[in-house]
Design a binder for this molecule. Structure first.
Ligand code: ADP
Ligand code: MG
Length: 909
């Protein structure tokens, strides 16, 4: 089996029309391609714009310049589509002004207006910034409209100076980051959505491997597509049959009467990649691979075929997809039931969960806009679908059941944005250690530790439920009722006191509040309701309540400003007057934007919709706890939407370039990664002004005593600390390698000799520090999460770290609001924020440390973990006496650089 080699430093990214391009540096081997691009594939007109004239020697000179002997100051990137060079961008520092670089760009005529130039320049911006270039400069002809548009749309500031038919363009690279990121983001989204249209709005579909064997996957999908009324053309491919399930079958893709937009592959694992290659050659732009069990080589070849031919891929190991938009009506999945058309977008990783979820939604009456079973997620991920739904004009609710999200950083950014327009619900799968084990073996995706998953989902704006049932129950509320006020104050009304009390308990347990009703309201209710009614909250109407009075009671409560939501629990009774309490609820749907849920303890379904007189839908739950949980989720969403967006926390100092340089230098020496030594750690943390105590690194007794003499005066009470150091050491105090509170040469000498005796040659040296004044020992740091990306942590540290387990974490980059909430949500918050008699610690300094760590985490993708423990906090300042940093070799990844993901399963060994 041939193995596919990705050229070094190559990344794939989408052009504006969804075509996949490979971006990589150009080298001497590309001379012929570069010459061909400039000489053959650019018209006379294009060449004039590029070279300011029609010199016949220009293409040759350019190819020689770009591909000649390697000059490290020259940066040249090329864009390839299916092995063909379609564009080139280069920049070279200006003589004597290395912070400025002269920029040039060429795109083949056939590839103009497809985003090649923009994509190349984005990547060139990234590479040039890493080299310290601060601005691009270019001379352009005034009539080169395409290039002027490109500069304008880039999202960076552009300064132009007009000189006799030429325009000197200057693009500063170090300003207005936010605007640029937003522009890059928007282009990325547009390209992503364009690339997904073959998948989600296909006009023609081929089922490859549609077998004659009844009950086979291919045949099942073929039948479903036909039976559920696909609006486009449908073809079956099968080399051994003339007809499959009543459809004419063609022997190969090449023999089809047209080019399908989408192909569904239900062929054995060993021929999947070959079939994908054939599809690509035929012009297919989307694949759904139902086949499971591809080995690593098969996976690589499949990915290679997809990237090369600009194919978006769902699966492998997918149950299929469904697009229920009436204009498409494609049901290409082999689940048991047909989904109802509607407005909920559904994406699942596991096919089994998909079947369960579609079944429950259909029973409830929630229709689906599109459904995708992502399977092993080699390419299309939850991110892609969120972006599709965000702009498809139909979807108003997204339901995800994923064990991991793919590109973690991309996910949280996408989620934060999309959840502002539509609710996104997920099941927090793999919460438990056992569940995570299952998730890892099930999908080869390691999941997150549980500690803070809920908070992290909340931070991303996602509603995370604990089960499929809870997901559906919450969807039922969010889909049919308005959001409650952000306080989440609930009034409970019931016609059976005991049920009302249960409902009140459930609300309190879900974190909702049940405010006491104002005296006037209580009096009003007392006048309305039968004798013996309870008029506080919960309101007990008694079983004898008349329908009209119940309706009036509910109506009155929705008018109260202290009430954000209403939970009405009703048991059927033979008492009272009128059409009955339930009917009263449905007949008078005047809600004034206040959400109402019903609890009907005698109903069979856990949740169902009741239809009101005005056609609105009211979710009715059998269990008050389910109703309360759904209300609490809705309240959380309302809170989030009410919060104004908070700016990113910015540290006072961030020497990003130096930090990146230090990390690169360390990894050059340690290609496998590892822990930084004390000196390297101090240098790195210094880039962000993280307050590390002074240390002296000493070897031998004499040096140690010398160091002590220097540091002694700095120490609290004139004392010092000795720490034995050896590479890769993990926990010093556990090995009894820390001696604190030493005073005087004798004590120091004794401590040092003891180290020598016990650790011998394994000890590389000793770290001498001044003794820090006592304070509150905190821990602050960065960890990498498989699902969410880098997280910044804060907690109680020192010896209390594991004992009290009081910590919190947030997705990086942290916002200003995150800084505040992180500090205040610790159980130990009163110790930090101060209490009567105890002043607060230096909170401004603590915020700076967290902001610095956040920036460190976003600057260095190679940062596997950073741990400041303890960070000793006092009213007068913060001091870290022990810091550890571990780096891992990872490709430098700019979160704002557009590129396609390469899943671990298909990456090069
Ligand atoms: P480790 O975490 O590897 O066990 P530390 O360097 O954190 O080692 O030291 C352990 C404990 O010793 C700290 O939690 C702190 O209480 C105390 N300690 C260490 N260095 C100092 C110092 N310079 N000043 C005051 N106390 C210190
Ligand atoms: Mg420590």
């Amino acid at each position: 089996m041939p193995t596919v080699q990705y050229p070094p430093h190559a990344v794939e990214a989408l052009l504006a029309d969804g075509t996949t391009a490979t971006i990589r540096p150009i080298g001497p081997a590309d001379h012929a391609a570069v010459l061909d691009l400039h000489a053959e594939r650019m018209s006379e007109g294009s060449r004039r714009l590029r070279f300011f004239g029609a010199s016949r020697r220009a293409p040759q000179m350019t190819a020689d310049r770009l591909c000649g002997p390697q000059r490290s100051e020259l940066l040249v990137l090329g864009a390839w589509v299916d092995g063909e060079l379609v564009g080139e961008a280069d920049c070279e520092p200006v003589e004597g002004r290395p912070e400025a670089a002269e920029l040039a760009l060429a795109v083949a005529d056939a590839w103009q207006h497809r985003g090649v130039g923009t994509l190349l320049i984005e990547h060139l911006v990234h590479a040039a910034r890493k080299r310290g270039v601060q601005r691009f400069e270019a001379d352009t002809l005034a009539d080169n409209l395409a290039v002027h548009r490109l500069f304008t749309d880039l999202g960076l500031p552009v300064h132009r100076r007009y000189e006799q038919g030429e325009i000197r363009v200057v693009v500063p690279l170090d300003e207005d980051e936010e605007h640029y990121q937003e522009a890059v983001d928007q282009r990325g989204r547009a390209a992503d959505v364009a690339s997904l249209s073959a998948l989600l709005r296909p006009r023609s579909v081929a089922v490859v491997g549609a077998s004659r064997r009844p009950g086979s996957v291919g045949q099942a999908v073929l039948r479903k597509i036909r039976q559920n009324g696909f609006s486009g053309k449908l073809w079956a491919v099968n080399p051994y049959a003339q007809r499959v399930a009543g459809e004419a079958a063609y022997p190969s893709l090449a023999s089809l009467p047209g080019t399908p937009d989408l192909a569904v592959l239900a062929v054995p694992a060993e021929v999947v990649a070959g079939a994908a290659e054939e599809c690509g050659a035929a012009g297919v732009r989307a694949l759904v691979v139902l086949t499971a069990g591809l080995d690593a080589d098969q996976a690589r070849l499949l990915m290679h075929a997809c990237r090369r031919h600009s194919i978006r891929l769902v699966g492998p190991n997918s149950l299929g997809i469904a697009q229920l938009d009436p204009a498409v009506r494609l049901d290409a999945e082999f689940g048991g039931a047909a989904a109802l058309p509607g407005t909920a977008g559904v994406a699942v990783q596991s096919g089994g969960v998909g079947i369960a979820l579609l079944g429950q939604l259909a029973r409830l009456g929630i229709g689906v806009s599109s459904f995708v079973s992502l399977g092993d997620k080699y390419d299309v991920s939850g991110n892609d679908l969120l972006q599709w739904w965000e702009g498809d004009g139909r979807t108003d609710l997204a339901l995800l059941h994923l064990e991991s999200f793919g590109n973690p950083r991309g996910f949280s950014r996408t989620a934060r944005r999309v959840t502002r327009t539509l609710p996104v619900l997920t099941v927090d799968a793999g919460r438990s250690a056992a569940g995570r084990r299952g998730a890892a073996s099930h999908t080869a995706a390691a999941a997150t530790p549980t500690v803070t998953r809920e908070a992290l989902f909340r931070q991303a704006g996602i509603t995370a439920t604990r089960s499929i049932a809870e997901l559906v129950e919450t969807a039922a509320l969010l889909h049919a009722q308005p959001l409650p006020g952000a306080r989440g104050a609930v009034a409970v009304v019931s016609n059976a006191g005991g049920i009302g009390i249960l409902a009140a308990d459930a609300c309190a347990e879900a974190g909702l509040s049940l405010p006491v009703l104002p005296a006037a309201t209580a009096a009003e209710l007392a006048g309305l309701l039968p004798d013996g009614a309870g008029t506080s909250n919960p309101v007990d109407t008694t079983a004898a309540v008349g329908s009209r009075e119940l309706a009036q009671c509910i109506d009155g409560l929705t008018k109260r400003r202290e009430i954000d939501a209403l939970l009405v629990a009703i048991v059927p009774t033979a008492l009272g007057t009128g059409p009955g309490p339930l009917q009263a609820l449905l007949d008078h749907p005047a809600r004034r934007g206040v959400p109402v849920v019903a609890v009907l303890p005698d109903q069979e379904a856990p949740v169902r919709y009741l239809t009101c007189a005005d056609g609105g839908r009211l979710p009715a739950y059998a269990d008050p706890a389910a109703a309360a949980r759904a209300l609490a989720h809705a309240r959380d969403r309302a809170r989030r939407l009410a919060e104004p967006p908070s700016p990113d926390a910015v540290p006072d100092t961030a020497d990003s370039a130096v930090a990146q340089h230090l990390a690169a230098a360390f990894l050059a020496d340690h290609p496998q990664g590892g822990w930084l030594d004390p000196k390297e750690t101090a240098d790195l943390l210094d880039c962000y002004d993280l307050p590390l105590t002074t240390s002296i690194w000493a070897r031998g007794e004499h040096d140690v005593l010398l160091a002590v003499r220097t540091l002694g005066q700095l120490g609290h009470d004139g004392k010092v600390v000795l720490k034995a150091y050896w590479p890769e050491q993990v926990h010093k105090s556990a090995a009894d390698a820390v001696r604190t509170g030493l005073r005087g040469a004798d004590e120091v000498r004794a401590a040092y000799r003891d180290f020598e005796e016990r650790f011998g040659d394994s000890m590389a040296g000793v770290v001498v520090q001044p003794m820090a004044a006592p304070g509150l020992e905190l821990l602050a740091g960065v960890v990498q999460d498989q699902v969410f990306g880098p997280l910044v942590m804060l907690g109680l540290g020192g010896t209390a770290t594991d004992l009290l387990d009081d910590r919190t974490a947030r997705l990086a980059p942290l916002t200003e609001r995150d800084l505040t909430t992180m500090i205040s949500e610790l159980r130990a918050a009163p110790l930090l924020l101060g209490r009567p008699g105890t002043p607060p610690v230096d909170l401004a300094a603590l915020r700076r440390v967290l902001a610095g760590l956040s920036r460190l985490a976003t600057d260095l993708p190679q940062l596997a973990e950073a741990d400041l423990n303890p960070l000793i906090a006092r009213p007068g300042g913060l001091l870290c006496v022990d810091a550890r940093v571990r780096l891992e070799p990872r490709p430098a990844f700019d979160p704002y650089l557009r590129r396609l993901r390469r899943p671990a399963a298909t990456a090069q060994e």
